[in-house]
Design a protein around this ligand. Structure first.
Ligand SMILES: [Fe+2]
Ligand SMILES: [Fe+2]
Length: 408
């Protein structure tokens, strides 16, 4: 330490060199993290077993968080590094190995092997303490913690049954890190034909099994598809970095929801595979315009998710199941944030007079894939927080009125 301090005091006039050197180390660390985040963006949709998909998405969201921290610090230090999420023309090395792994276990093993090297890179970036300022040191400590948490989370995961622990082959062998045409589905679940309307067969179930079934239904039909939506959006939409940050924030929530619903359904003794799996959300949002996809998935779909979550809170509280009610209360608050993200970026891309037409196209697109668009409730306070205007809230109220009239 003393030696290093002495070295620092004698560099006089050469501090530029040291500043550049500091940015260089941060950038090289960020590039290494990016080299595993980019393949994971396509590996997550291609992983079949739900347990594997959730843990890989959990590693991915920590990597993106670490990249965000490093990028912010690099910018503060005067450099303009930007991560490139699109797959490289000629992928190589450990990143290519990740992209080509054929089982979730293999991906996790390769991640664990690379973690040691990444940790050494974090330590190397911080090995000249006198040159390192406090904020940079804090960032490095946080990056190290995120890496350690990923390793611990991967080790804690219940492994998926071996025969289901499959990662589908990349669609295009020449571009192994790009998004698949369809995400892989867990073979324990019956895959519904895209034309089949999705509904809960709740009435046919014994009351004790209902909460577990609903949790599993949400896991496989909504949380998992939303995780995949976030991965595809980060990799393919040409939006500013703030969008990646928003989508990653959502990825954190959806992984948490997925894990909570998985545990809840297992705790209620509902074996995996009771609820049907679907691909509709992926297909319906596979459109050229990002703002249309965001209108379909978030502005409309997750808004219905808010209504549905609040109605579940009331339902389970009424039935005396406070645990399930609490779970939905947390989900409802998170969903408000996700709709706000959708609204923010829809408005970023569209003039306000174009938004009603976008809504209409979103409803048409959902209908094509048998996904409902009618309100499941009316939550004006939540809509306001999610970024809807008074006029838009009034339209939702009128639509909900029609639903109630039709049901009466
Ligand atoms: Fe969710
Ligand atoms: Fe959500």
């Amino acid at each position: 330490m003393t030696e290093t301090l002495d070295a620092w005091t004698t560099i006089d006039g050469d501090s530029e060199h040291y500043l550049g050197w500091r940015v260089e180390r941060l950038r090289s660390l960020a590039e290494r993290l990016l080299a595993r985040a980019v393949p994971l963006l396509s590996v997550v949709p291609r992983a079949a077993a739900v347990e594997t998909k959730l843990v890989l998405a959990d590693v991915l969201r920590r990597d993106i968080e670490a990249i965000d921290l490093l990028r912010t610090r690099i910018h503060e230090l005067g450099d303009g590094w930007e991560p490139a999420w699109t797959p490289p023309e000629r992928p190589a090395g450990a990143a290519l190995d990740l992209a080509r792994a054929t089982t979730g276990t293999e991906v996790l093993r390769r991640l664990a092997d690379g973690a040691g090297e990444l940790r050494r890179a974090v330590d190397a970036a911080g090995d000249l303490p006198a040159v390192l300022d406090e904020p940079t040191r804090d960032v490095l400590a946080r990056v190290r913690l995120l890496l350690d948490q990923s390793v611990a989370a991967a080790a804690r995961t219940t492994p998926a049954p071996e025969e289901l622990d499959v990662v589908a082959a990349p669609a295009d062998p020449a571009r192994p890190m790009s998004q698949p045409p369809l995400p892989a589905r867990d073979a324990r679940f019956t895959l519904l034909d895209p034309g089949t309307p999705i509904k809960h067969p709740l009435a046919e179930l014994a009351p004790a099994a209902q909460a577990g079934y609903v949790a599993q239904w949400l896991l496989i039909s909504l949380e998992i598809p939303t995780i995949e939506f976030c991965c595809r959006a980060i990799q393919t939409y040409d939006f500013p970095f703030a969008f990646v940050r928003d989508m990653n924030r959502q990825l954190w929530d959806e992984v948490r929801h997925g894990q909570a619903f998985l545990q809840h359904s297992l705790a209620m003794d509902v074996p995996l595979g009771e609820a049907p799996a679907t691909l509709q959300l992926w297909l319906a949002t596979d459109v050229d315009q990002p703002e249309l996809a965001l209108a379909i998935h978030q502005r409309l779909g997750e808004r219905i998710g808010i209504e549905s979550a609040f109605s579940h809170v009331r339902l389970w509280r009424g039935l005396g199941d406070d645990r399930t009610a609490e779970l939905f209360a947390v989900v409802a608050q998170d969903e408000i944030g996700h709709v706000a993200i959708g609204n923010r970026w829809v408005r970023h891309r569209s003039a306000s007079e174009d938004v009603p037409r976008l809504d209409e196209r979103a409803r048409e697109r959902r209908a094509e894939f048998s996904i409902a668009s009618v309100p499941r409730g009316f939550e004006p306070e939540a809509y306001r927080r999610a970024g809807f205007t008074d006029e838009e809230i009034e339209l939702i109220r009128l639509a909900y009125q029609d639903v109630q009239r039709a049901a009466a």
